[in-house]
Design a protein around this ligand. Sequence first.
Ligand code: CXF
Ligand code: ZN
Ligand code: ZN
Length: 379
Amino acid sequence: MKTKAAVVYEPGKPMEIVELELDGPREGEVLIRYLYAGLCHSDVHIAHGDLDARLPMVMGHEGAGVIEEVAPGVTRVKPGDHVVCSFIPSCGTCHWCATGQQGICDWGAGILEGSLPGPNAGAGDLAGGRFAFTGPRGDYGAMCMLGTFSQYATIHQNSVVKVADDLPLDKAVLVGCGVPTGWGSAVNAANVQPGETVIVAGVGGIGINAVQGARLAGAQTLIAVDPLENKRAAALELGATHAFATMEEAAELARSRTNGNGAQKAILTAGIVDEQLVSEGFAAIGKAGTLVVTGVGGPFSRKTVSLAGSELTFFNKTVKGTTFGHCNPTTDIPRILDLYRTGDVKLDELITRRYTLDQINEGYDDLLSGKNIRGIVVH
Ligand code: CXF
Ligand code: ZN
Ligand code: ZN
């Protein structure tokens, strides 16, 4: 069948809208009609060449839609089911899935090749090396084995999570990457406890959800850091108790709330985390504090960082990296959606603007200029 999709052909060039041929589902795969896709900074990292990827690639890794067709061997979903896609698949049987760590399933984060995690993330092929999209320039990969900036895609059942029919998919789409990555970085990775002083640096599409997670986990002083006023305002709306433009101001407040010790937890979620932010975050946490670093599928993935050795050891500090906020897609996507139903996790408030697929480059211009918490494509 034919499908219209937004494709990156060359790093640094705008995405192009092209018509592609889509091969139907084979063993274990499904045909999905995407209804909505989310705009995440990681697409830009590939489009700009910060992350190595085989091109051309159909972009987009936040998606929600309807299952149109299933191939033999599919047990997770049936035609007509509403699903949210997970940017990391969960095979259910690898060591990580079997030990409750689906967010690093070998299918999605298996082999560190170049700067991209996973056997398929860099090439965008399906399991077995097959490319479902083909077009004028041969085989086209699908970002994170999804390619949600296409009207239709053939994807593996391991990449989808069934959701209730009455959930609005334009909100649920955000629970495929940005929301669990941020929320889980506070709830799971940082393990925020009631009464703690927590700093979240970078409160865009990921960090705003770290704020939501930390609030729900009971943070007492919850400090958002972002240079942009609109982001700080959104963080205050969604649970931050304070918001500053710099980490220095946040660290000072954290010390004043902890007898001079420093924050119990700091979470770095900026689209571009750099070494300076890591050392500032490390300095902002106190004795026994934890610094969590997430959302860094950009230039940071090629960097090394230095930490003050004496603070690391004398002060029992922990530095923790996290992908997908240590969430398990098959259980945490429904869990977060349940919290959305009860009003404990806000999703509607995260959507700044809706775009057509043809407006995709405008959407990314808005993302890069800091206008959006999250933009979504309405297919
Ligand atoms: C990214 C991580 C790096 C590879 C592409 C997907 N995750 C979410 O944005
Ligand atoms: Zn993402
Ligand atoms: Zn697995």
